[in-house]
Design a binder for this molecule. Sequence first.
Ligand code: FEO
Length: 393
Amino acid sequence: MKRELLNRIYYVGVNDRQKTLFENMLPLPYGVSYNAYFIDDEKTVLVDTVEQPFAEQLLAHVQELLAGRELDYLIVNHMEPDHSSGIKTLQAIYPNMQIVANAKTIEMLGGYYGIREGFHVVKDGDSLNIGSRTLQFHFAPMVHWPEVMVTYSIEDKLLFSADAFGCFGTLDGAVLDTELNLDKYYTEMVRYYACIVGKYGAPVQTALKKLGGLEINMICSTHGPVWTEHIGEVVGIYDRLSKYETEPGVVIAYGSMYGHTEEMAEMVARGAASVTKNVVLHDVSRSDHSYILADIFRYKGFICGAPTYCGELYPNAATLLAKIKTRGVKNHEFGCFGSFTWANATAKPFEAFAEVMKWEITGYVEVKQSMTAEQAEALYELGRAVALKTLEK
Ligand code: FEO
């Protein structure tokens, strides 16, 4: 889509409605956009590209805007291939464009694409005058790769923010937050953050503090809407998530083969629901884990239950725990429950998980074969106890 945002700055990104799994893992029920931006000044500038299969679309927009002129600069804020794999297509048509990049980006451009010259190298805080405006580069390492930088147009008070403040969801006929129903983007922003940026809470906090001194009227991310009137909300979402701040509530994620562990989960849920309305039950074999992670980033309580399987924790539950570990989720109230038929192998993996996460275990209940009345009561109490803890400051 080609669309002027302000003062000859154009949106020139694309919608991807083909891909079913982002990073070949994360479902895309609403698709995803790869956003790029064109600045038409005394110098012509493209900010980021798009994933290679869509590069011709991007090129067509850029060629139309250039109307026969040269492309002077390509700014590479982020090297992940959803934004950089279109570079070769651009470079083939505009071989003289200068690639504005930092040292880490240059190393990756060589490694990924064999590009070893034609750079305008920038350091943290450097500026580039392109005519009527000055672009300033601020490094934001690990948001979400080490080379990431953001570009600030001083005169426009506009931030090209790379992945930061991005979300899943195509841009259906419009680009600005003021022109779109934002419900799905806010929900998908939490899932996007939890799954993609979730491990990097501290670097996100560093970047937010660093950028806090800039006056920003428009945020142009690489995914999702361009933010104008709702900047406060999206910065608030990123700030809260990167501090691992949560709401009272409990996520119960369970695995079950024949329904016995699911019955246990139901009792846990009843206990939790006696305290709070915010109770979410996920079957680890049915719910895509990206949605479970999003809920875990949202709610303070997490209770996991699983059967013993081949002398270990049920694999789909173990996989979920590994994904939580990968993201270094902090500050959760944790409980667990396990089942077995002849030898229990659930207690130790849960203990090991809690130790790595530095989470205290509020309670653990085990059931051999099927649940007794006493065990049902203990499970109810487990749900209740964790939910109560999530209400504490
Ligand atoms: Fe959308 Fe980290 O790339």
